[in-house]
Design a protein around this ligand. Structure first.
Ligand code: NAI
Length: 296
């Protein structure tokens, strides 16, 4: 077993939907967690968000009051990348954009020690490409959590072409030690789940674009008759239209624009109008609260 020691510090970069969830998972596994976001004040607000979700766990009797207090004391907002120097593992959960991720990781590598493990939560970008600009590319692996990270057990552990075997094993064992169900994947576009899920979203969007049925009707059919836990439109709202579209776009590009992965114009309009889903209060459906990590 080569999981990270629970006394070691984990840094999470990107304090959005996924970063907050991953921070919560690492926190409850005993780590000190540094949470950083490029938007000023976002990390501090995310610490409050995680605190609120821990409050709900206490109310449900799933977390003791003392454990809650100790966990919150270990969660630290970090205003700058330089503040992440002491981390043994950094999980990046920022925007799904290759150049932005590469830039961040290059900055991180100037700050952290050579033995620091780097992980990307990318849904669809090539892990090999994300590691492309690193001085030590062998230390980067894909650690792909699912939304909401505190609730869903699956984690895809993705080995890029340069990922070192010990980095992959440590990432796998750490995910298992965090109570997750890790699955090893190769670096294919969309890995396993997002690749298989593309037609689920694409066909639902096409049916809608053909005006055959509206989103509520399609979702109701799939949940009530099809047995799905969530319909495709509610799921896109949970994921975020921007994130869901970026994943489709990158799988489409990776397969040389295979028409079966063509992004949707209707979804493009939603992204352009800022109707990103739960996190913006409106997507395919209206919501009266912000990002719903942990309470889908
Ligand atoms: P989000 O939009 O909720 O949050 C992204 C955060 O990253 C924002 O707070 C933003 O300010 C911050 N950010 C952007 N650029 C940054 C930079 N250079 N340095 C520091 N912070 C930066 O996005 P979400 O949904 O949390 O997705 C993040 C990553 O996780 C993406 O790679 C996405 O593909 C992946 N992912 C998303 C899932 C989902 O259901 N939303 C599921 C699994 C993976």
């Amino acid at each position: 077993m080569t999981a990270l020691d629970s006394n070691s510090t984990v840094a999470v970069v990107g304090a959005g939907t996924m970063g907050q969830g991953i921070a919560q998972v690492a926190l409850l596994a005993g780590h000190r967690v540094l949470l950083h976001d490029a938007l000023p004040g976002r990390a501090a607000a995310a610490v409050d968000g995680v605190g609120g979700r821990l409050d709900r766990l206490v109310a449900k009797g799933r977390l003791g009051a003392a454990e809650h207090k100790a966990a919150l004391a270990r969660l630290v907002p970090a205003e700058g990348v330089a503040d992440l120097a002491g981390a043994a593992l950094v999980v990046e959960a920022i925007v799904e954009d290759l150049a932005v991720k590469q830039n961040l990781l290059a900055e991180l590598e100037k700050v952290v020690g050579d033995d620091c493990l780097l992980a990307t939560n990318t849904s669809s970008l090539s892990v090999t490409a994300v590691a492309g600009g690193l001085r030590l590319p062998g230390r980067l692996v894909g650690l792909h959590f699912f939304n909401p990270a505190p609730l869903l057990p699956l984690v895809e552990v993705v080995a890029g072409a340069a990922s070192g075997p010990s980095a992959v094993t440590t990432a796998y064992d750490t995910a298992a030690a965090w109570g997750k169900t890790p699955v090893r994947c190769t670096d294919t576009p969309g890995f396993l789940v997002n690749r298989v899920a593309r037609p689920f979203y694409a066909e639902a969007l096409r049916v809608y674009e053909e005006r055959a049925a509206d989103p509520a009707t399609i979702d109701a059919l799939l949940t009530e008759s099809g047995g799905f836990a969530m319909g495709p439109f509610a799921l896109m709202d949970l994921i975020g239209q921007d994130v869901n579209e970026a994943v489709t776009r990158s799988v489409w590009e990776a397969f040389f624009r295979d028409p079966k992965f063509t992004p949707s114009l209707a979804q493009r309009r939603l992204v352009e109008s800022g109707r990103l889903g739960r996190k913006s209060g409106r997507g395919w459906f209206p919501y009266d609260h912000g990002a719903g990590v942990g309470d889908p």
